[in-house]
Ligand binder design. Structure first.
Ligand code: NDP
Length: 245
């Protein structure tokens, strides 16, 4: 097993892909800073990582608040001396037909999935520039690659992140910043809990249960990107169940 001697802050670390990523990276030697709103879940996760000999601390983070992202990355620097990677993973999927006019749901997705990532960029970039090194990883979605009914706004927020990360990459070819976009297909997580439309929620849950891959699979893809030497950037990773159409 490789040794990952890096400091990694992760948003949405209280469940699913974020939790699995925290566990895997900590197992491989990274110091992880866990951000999410459900702090009791974060505390349990940090305790379990530390019991296994890993390094983990928590930081209550709501990604819709810029100050929370500042605090998250600041905690990494204060506690572990640096920030090597920010995994902007927090996300919600208030999916449903656009004709439902769930304007509040659309706004919530923009706030978490898009604005939350931008706040992460704003918080981490100055640190990366100061250090002369840094890596931004985001969890996007195959929803942005194959556009299907009920996922229009969700996919829109995810593709906005795809676009801004590519723009940032183009502006950052001086070797300081690496960017990675990970696009998972169906993964067995708690993401369906954020779906208000009961029919869409049940349908998505069934699909997840039927053939969704384990969150650890996405964690391995994220670890792969992080583990590369500094001069190697893994730009995009698509990872989906083999049977997903
Ligand atoms: P989960 O629901 O299990 O995890 C989502 C995480 O996001 C939780 O830790 C939650 O923590 C956090 N979160 C939600 N809102 C906020 C907020 N305002 N501030 C901080 N954290 C927040 O789902 P997944 O693990 O599946 O989701 C992780 C990412 O993967 C998301 O971006 C999702 O869109 C993406 N994705 C998931 C797929 C899937 O099939 N599961 C497919 C493609 C992409 P808390 O509630 O404690 O704040």
């Amino acid at each position: 097993m490789s040794t990952l001697n890096k400091v990694v802050a992760i948003t949405g670390a209280s469940s699913g892909i974020g939790e699995a990523t925290a566990r895997l990276l900590a197992e491989r030697g990274a110091a992880v800073v866990l951000g999410a709103r459900r702090t009791e879940r974060l505390d349990l996760l940090a305790a379990s990582i530390r019991e296994a000999g890993g390094r983990a601390i928590t930081c209550a983070t709501d990604v819709t608040r810029r100050a929370d992202l500042e605090r998250l990355v600041g905690t990494a620097v204060d506690e572990f001396g640096q920030l090597d990677v920010l995994v902007s993973n927090a996300g919600i999927a208030k999916t449903g037909p656009m004709s439902d006019l769930d304007v509040d749901g659309w706004s919530a997705m923009i706030d978490v999935n898009l604005r939350g990532v931008l706040y992460g960029v704003a918080a981490a970039l100055p640190i990366f520039r100061r250090q002369g090194r840094g890596h931004l990883v985001t969890t996007i979605s195959t929803a942005g690659l194959k556009i299907v009914p009920t996922q229009a706004v969700y996919a829109g927020t995810k593709n906005a992140v795809r676009t801004l990360l590519e723009g940032l990459r183009q502006e950052s070819t001086d070797g300081v910043l690496r960017t990675t976009s990970v696009s998972p297909g169906f993964v067995r997580t708690e993401l369906t809990d954020s779906i208000e439309d009961a029919r869409v929620r049940e349908q998505t849950r069934r699909t997840m249960d039927e053939f969704g891959i384990a969150p650890a699979a996405v964690a391995r893809a994220i670890a792969f990107a992080i583990e590369q030497p500094d001069d190697v950037e893994i730009g995009d990773i698509t990872i989906r169940p083999t049977v997903q159409n």
